[in-house]
Design a protein around this ligand. Structure first.
Ligand SMILES: *Cc1c(COP(=O)(O)O)cnc(C)c1O
Length: 395
């Protein structure tokens, strides 16, 4: 294969050609400010309205529940900090899980320094937050619960609707980081009693640097950015028009193709997992086998080091990730893999492959073959592996 095999769609996705085509006019001739009164601006305002409707359509909510932001990180920060500041008089306790993205966890650390108390919920060995764990952590002064819809490293999909139901009896707001899930699985914030939801365009074949926060009616979340009257006074700054339009189109495409993609990717994912498990000794699938994003394969290889394998696979033309893009380059093993109780050695040997609808069976076959090759190479140089094999041969 001469072309790059891109299996890192949880880190970011390729912008779709249709999406790019929709954006180009707004990067060139249609440059008016949507807040202006003349036609050049009004056209842009109309396009923003359309994008808001496209996104609201997929979530079955009202367009006015959608607030455009600069991406998942801003949406997460806004939901957490905004809630903490505006509800501090009701309590200073927040609940989240140990396997959240750093956009949530580092925001929680920031809030801790400002006098808030955070409970980080344990997960089980597949990465699930247990309903009882959440229930036991709730306190009268809990003002927010934030649990991600699907995990970016191991793909575990949480029973978000059940958490929403449970929280009906508690005044705490319920936020979910749906950055990995939006466009991949159906999400119904109204029906599932979600108060706030974060998503990011570049995770569903839209442009980078744009996302949104869903805020249900009745929540008066204070502004995070102060300035002009954009986004009904809730998020100041001239809108990233072209990108928002691209995100709207990407959301529309994701909604239309969701079921077909899910089936195709699930089949390829399970094929890849079964080939790895059959043909590669000393490996372990991380996460849940069933309640798992259709495109996620995360496997730990004993006697190997994830980062090394990533580099070796790159030389074979394959892009993948050692657990999480955010942890790569850092020596410490991923907080998610630690939270699911992997031994440090097992966690270090983790690789994450995330497929897209463009992924082919040929690419998967090539990847598994390459993986077998580089793994054998790298294990041969692993002293623990060499002595393990010697001992076992003597028996
Ligand atoms: C990528 C990601 C984010 C951050 O989104 P950006 O748009 O890149 O800021 C947050 N949460 C999860 C689960 C993610 O996968």
């Amino acid at each position: 294969m001469n072309q790059t095999i891109y299996l890192d769609n949880a880190a970011t996705t390729k912008i779709s050609d249709h999406v790019l085509a929709c954006m180009l006019p707004f990067l060139k001739d249609s440059y008016g400010n949507p807040s202006s009164l003349y036609d050049l601006g009004a056209d842009n305002k109309e396009a923003l309205t359309n994008a808001r409707q496209q996104i609201a359509g997929i979530l079955a909510c009202k367009p006015q529940n959608i607030f455009f932001t600069s991406g998942g990180t801003e949406s997460d920060n806004w939901a957490l900090i905004g809630t903490a500041e505006s509800r501090a008089h009701l309590g200073k306790h927040l609940i989240t899980s140990k396997i959240e993205h750093h956009a949530i966890l580092h925001t929680c650390e920031y809030l801790e320094k400002r006098g808030f108390e955070i409970t980080y919920l344990d997960v089980d060995e597949q990465g699930f937050v247990k309903k009882e764990t959440l229930m036991n952590a709730l306190r009268p002064d809990t003002i927010l619960v934030s649990i991600m819809t699907a995990n970016n490293e191991i793909g575990t999909i949480q029973p978000i609707a059940e958490f929403g139901e449970l929280l009906q009896d508690h005044p705490a707001f319920f936020h979910t980081d749906a950055v990995q899930a939006f466009g991949q699985i159906p999400i119904l914030p109204g029906k599932w009693h979600i108060d706030m939801l974060s998503a990011s365009s570049h995770k569903f074949h839209g442009p980078k640097g744009v996302g949104f926060l869903y805020i249900r009616d009745g929540i008066d979340l204070p502004s995070f950015l102060h300035g002009g009257k954009q986004e009904r006074g809730r998020r100041a700054g001239t809108e990233n028009v072209a990108s928002i339009i691209g995100m709207g189109k990407a959301a529309e495409i994701a909604a239309h193709t969701m079921e077909e993609r899910r089936q195709k990717e699930t089949a390829l994912r399970d094929y890849m997992i079964s080939r790895i498990e059959k043909e590669i000794p000393f490996c372990h699938l991380n996460g849940s086998r069933k309640q798992r994003l259709a495109n996620n394969v995360n496997v730990s290889f004993a006697f190997a080091e994830g980062e090394t394998l990533v580099v070796l696979l790159d030389m074979e033309g394959i892009c993948c990730s050692g657990g999480s893009a955010c942890t790569s380059g850092q020596a410490a093993s991923s907080h998610v893999l630690r939270a699911i109780h992997l031994e440090p050695d097992t966690a270090r040997g983790a690789l994450r492959f995330t497929l897209s609808e463009d992924t082919t069976k040929e690419e998967i076959d090539y990847t598994v073959d390459a993986l077998k090759k580089v793994l054998a190479q790298s294990r041969r140089m692993n002293s623990a592996f060499v002595s393990f094999m010697k001992i076992n041969r003597k028996r």
